[in-house]
Design a protein around this ligand. Structure first.
Ligand code: G3P
Length: 229
């Protein structure tokens, strides 16, 4: 499964990347309103980051019409290069832009997906990714995890190469369940990365190792016992 950090602050992306095997980061218009940094400076830092790491950056268009979306996507791609995956909303204009941008060979994610049909249409339009909003789907009385399960199966049956990028999580359990149903990618907050690997029993065992070691060997470290050849 691919893992992305869902955040605008590149320093926090770097902090996650220091510890976890991530594939890049994702933004959307709402996320970009939550930073006080000037966006023009931030975008320069995004470009430096993807050039350094070879990872992907997902950026969503803000135009409402297809021509505007296509124009923005082309300009974003000219700036970020092939590291960019352009996010297009799952509305008519977004699907039209998707078809055209795929014709031009750009990587595309159809986002703000709330149903299996929206995702299937994205795959048929050639999207590389489609992003169902898990918690939003739960909040409208449906089941986000089941929706992803259906999408993954439907893509398999139809032979679509489109990847499902699960987004909008409230719990670690949702991420866990998406992995089990074969979701191809998730985008999550830095805090969720920490929670994914946190386990109290691991902490208990670690304290036990440390106490036992110190009791017998004090402050010495394991490498202190390597023979000097
Ligand atoms: O990637 C989509 C995500 O940022 C949406 O999050 O908080 O609106 O569910 P939220």
């Amino acid at each position: 499964m691919e893992y992305y950090v869902d955040i605008a602050d590149i320093e926090r992306v770097r902090a996650v990347n220091d510890c976890f095997p991530i594939d890049g980061f994702t933004t959307n218009p709402a996320i970009l309103t939550r930073t006080d940094r000037p966006l023009s400076r931030l975008f320069g830092e995004y470009r430096d980051y993807v050039r350094e790491t070879g990872q992907r950056v997902f950026i969503q268009v803000t135009a409402q019409d297809a021509d505007g979306m296509i124009d923005q996507a082309v300009r974003l791609h000219a700036y970020f290069g092939n590291a960019l995956v352009v996010k297009l909303p799952a509305v008519k204009a977004g699907y039209r832009a998707c078809k055209e941008l795929k014709r031009r060979g750009m990587a595309v994610c159809v986002t703000v997906v709330h149903s299996t049909m929206q995702a299937l249409m994205a795959a048929k339009a050639g999207a590389d990714y489609t992003a169902p909003y898990i918690s939003h789907i739960d909040n409208i009385g449906a089941d986000g995890v089941r929706c992803v399960d259906e999408i993954v199966r439907a893509f398999d049956r139809s032979g679509y190469a489109c990847k499902v990028l699960g987004a909008s999580f409230r719990t670690v359990e949702q991420v866990d369940k998406l992995a089990i149903v074969g979701c191809h990618a998730v985008t999550i907050t830095p805090e969720t990365f920490d929670m994914l690997i946190a386990h109290p029993s691991t902490d208990v065992s670690m304290r036990g190792f440390d106490a036992g070691w110190r009791e017998k060997y004090g402050e010495a470290q394991i490498t202190d016992f390597l023979p000097q050849d």
